[in-house]
Design a protein around this ligand. Structure first.
Ligand SMILES: [Fe+2]
Ligand SMILES: [Fe+2]
Length: 148
Protein backbone atom coordinates (compact mmCIF):
# COMPACT_ATOMS: atom_id res chain seq x y z
CA UNK A 1 0.00 0.00 0.00
CA UNK A 2 1.21 3.48 -0.80
CA UNK A 3 0.87 6.60 1.29
CA UNK A 4 3.54 8.37 -0.78
CA UNK A 5 4.14 8.02 -4.48
CA UNK A 6 7.49 8.54 -6.15
CA UNK A 7 7.40 10.82 -9.18
CA UNK A 8 9.66 12.92 -11.40
CA UNK A 9 9.10 16.07 -9.33
CA UNK A 10 11.24 14.45 -6.60
CA UNK A 11 14.23 13.85 -8.87
CA UNK A 12 17.39 15.92 -9.33
CA UNK A 13 20.66 15.26 -11.14
CA UNK A 14 22.18 14.01 -7.87
CA UNK A 15 21.59 10.29 -8.33
CA UNK A 16 22.90 9.31 -4.87
CA UNK A 17 20.28 11.50 -3.20
CA UNK A 18 17.54 10.24 -5.51
CA UNK A 19 18.34 6.68 -4.48
CA UNK A 20 18.35 7.63 -0.80
CA UNK A 21 15.06 9.52 -1.13
CA UNK A 22 13.52 6.51 -2.90
CA UNK A 23 14.68 4.23 -0.10
CA UNK A 24 12.88 6.49 2.39
CA UNK A 25 9.72 6.51 0.28
CA UNK A 26 9.78 2.69 0.05
CA UNK A 27 10.18 2.28 3.79
CA UNK A 28 7.44 4.80 4.61
CA UNK A 29 5.14 2.78 2.35
CA UNK A 30 6.23 -0.45 4.08
CA UNK A 31 5.45 1.18 7.44
CA UNK A 32 2.02 2.20 6.19
CA UNK A 33 1.33 -1.32 4.86
CA UNK A 34 2.32 -2.94 8.17
CA UNK A 35 0.06 -0.54 10.04
CA UNK A 36 -2.90 -1.13 7.73
CA UNK A 37 -2.44 -4.88 8.10
CA UNK A 38 -2.67 -4.54 11.87
CA UNK A 39 1.03 -4.87 12.76
CA UNK A 40 1.35 -1.70 14.77
CA UNK A 41 4.45 -2.67 16.75
CA UNK A 42 6.37 -3.73 13.64
CA UNK A 43 5.25 -0.54 11.91
CA UNK A 44 6.53 1.56 14.79
CA UNK A 45 9.84 -0.31 14.88
CA UNK A 46 10.33 0.14 11.14
CA UNK A 47 9.59 3.85 11.44
CA UNK A 48 11.94 4.41 14.36
CA UNK A 49 14.78 2.05 13.44
CA UNK A 50 14.82 2.37 9.67
CA UNK A 51 13.00 5.51 8.48
CA UNK A 52 14.22 7.89 11.19
CA UNK A 53 17.72 6.38 11.41
CA UNK A 54 18.18 6.45 7.65
CA UNK A 55 16.71 9.93 7.33
CA UNK A 56 19.34 11.20 9.74
CA UNK A 57 22.13 9.48 7.77
CA UNK A 58 20.76 10.79 4.49
CA UNK A 59 20.62 14.36 5.81
CA UNK A 60 24.25 14.22 6.90
CA UNK A 61 25.31 12.74 3.57
CA UNK A 62 23.39 15.41 1.68
CA UNK A 63 25.04 18.13 3.78
CA UNK A 64 28.48 16.64 3.01
CA UNK A 65 27.70 16.61 -0.72
CA UNK A 66 26.46 20.22 -0.66
CA UNK A 67 29.65 21.31 1.08
CA UNK A 68 31.99 19.22 -1.05
CA UNK A 69 30.60 20.63 -4.33
CA UNK A 70 30.49 24.28 -3.29
CA UNK A 71 26.80 24.93 -2.65
CA UNK A 72 26.70 28.33 -0.85
CA UNK A 73 27.08 28.13 2.91
CA UNK A 74 23.90 30.09 3.72
CA UNK A 75 21.79 27.56 1.81
CA UNK A 76 23.52 24.67 3.56
CA UNK A 77 22.76 26.29 6.91
CA UNK A 78 19.05 26.50 6.01
CA UNK A 79 19.06 22.86 5.00
CA UNK A 80 20.78 21.86 8.23
CA UNK A 81 18.22 23.73 10.32
CA UNK A 82 15.32 22.03 8.55
CA UNK A 83 16.99 18.63 8.74
CA UNK A 84 17.61 18.95 12.49
CA UNK A 85 14.08 20.23 13.11
CA UNK A 86 12.53 17.30 11.28
CA UNK A 87 14.44 14.53 13.07
CA UNK A 88 13.97 16.17 16.48
CA UNK A 89 10.26 16.70 15.89
CA UNK A 90 9.76 13.04 14.95
CA UNK A 91 11.75 11.69 17.88
CA UNK A 92 10.47 14.11 20.55
CA UNK A 93 6.87 14.69 19.48
CA UNK A 94 5.65 12.26 16.84
CA UNK A 95 6.94 8.95 18.20
CA UNK A 96 5.30 9.63 21.61
CA UNK A 97 2.13 10.53 19.71
CA UNK A 98 2.24 7.10 18.05
CA UNK A 99 2.90 5.40 21.37
CA UNK A 100 -0.03 7.12 23.06
CA UNK A 101 -2.48 6.89 20.18
CA UNK A 102 -4.18 4.42 17.90
CA UNK A 103 -4.09 3.78 14.17
CA UNK A 104 -5.62 7.16 13.38
CA UNK A 105 -2.82 9.03 15.18
CA UNK A 106 -0.22 6.84 13.50
CA UNK A 107 -1.64 7.61 10.05
CA UNK A 108 -1.69 11.33 10.79
CA UNK A 109 1.98 11.16 11.84
CA UNK A 110 2.80 9.36 8.57
CA UNK A 111 0.86 12.00 6.66
CA UNK A 112 2.88 14.75 8.31
CA UNK A 113 6.15 12.96 7.48
CA UNK A 114 5.07 12.45 3.87
CA UNK A 115 3.97 16.07 3.45
CA UNK A 116 7.15 17.45 4.99
CA UNK A 117 9.40 15.21 2.93
CA UNK A 118 7.70 16.03 -0.37
CA UNK A 119 7.86 19.76 0.34
CA UNK A 120 11.47 19.54 1.45
CA UNK A 121 12.69 17.41 -1.43
CA UNK A 122 10.91 19.54 -4.05
CA UNK A 123 11.69 22.98 -2.66
CA UNK A 124 15.02 22.59 -0.87
CA UNK A 125 16.70 19.64 -2.57
CA UNK A 126 15.54 19.58 -6.23
CA UNK A 127 14.91 23.34 -6.57
CA UNK A 128 17.84 24.10 -4.23
CA UNK A 129 21.14 22.27 -4.63
CA UNK A 130 19.82 20.24 -7.62
CA UNK A 131 19.11 23.36 -9.65
CA UNK A 132 22.28 25.10 -8.40
CA UNK A 133 24.51 22.15 -9.37
CA UNK A 134 22.91 22.03 -12.83
CA UNK A 135 23.39 25.75 -13.36
CA UNK A 136 27.01 25.54 -12.25
CA UNK A 137 27.81 22.43 -14.28
CA UNK A 138 28.50 20.35 -11.16
CA UNK A 139 28.28 16.59 -11.64
CA UNK A 140 27.98 14.70 -8.34
CA UNK A 141 29.44 11.20 -8.72
CA UNK A 142 29.22 10.11 -5.08
CA UNK A 143 27.64 6.75 -4.24
CA UNK A 144 24.53 6.49 -2.07
CA UNK A 145 25.02 5.46 1.56
CA UNK A 146 24.32 1.86 2.55
CA UNK A 147 20.77 0.72 2.15
CA UNK A 148 20.31 -1.83 4.91
FE1 LIG B 1 17.19 15.05 0.90
FE1 LIG C 1 17.59 18.11 2.35
Amino acid sequence: MEIIKWDKSLESSVEACNIEHKYLVDNINKTYTLLREGHREEAKNLLVNVVVEYTDKHFKHEEDIMKKYGYPEEHIEKQKKMHRFFVKHIVNDLVPQIENGGEKEFVSVLNFIVGWLIMHIQNMDVAGYGKWFDEHGVKVEDKPINLE
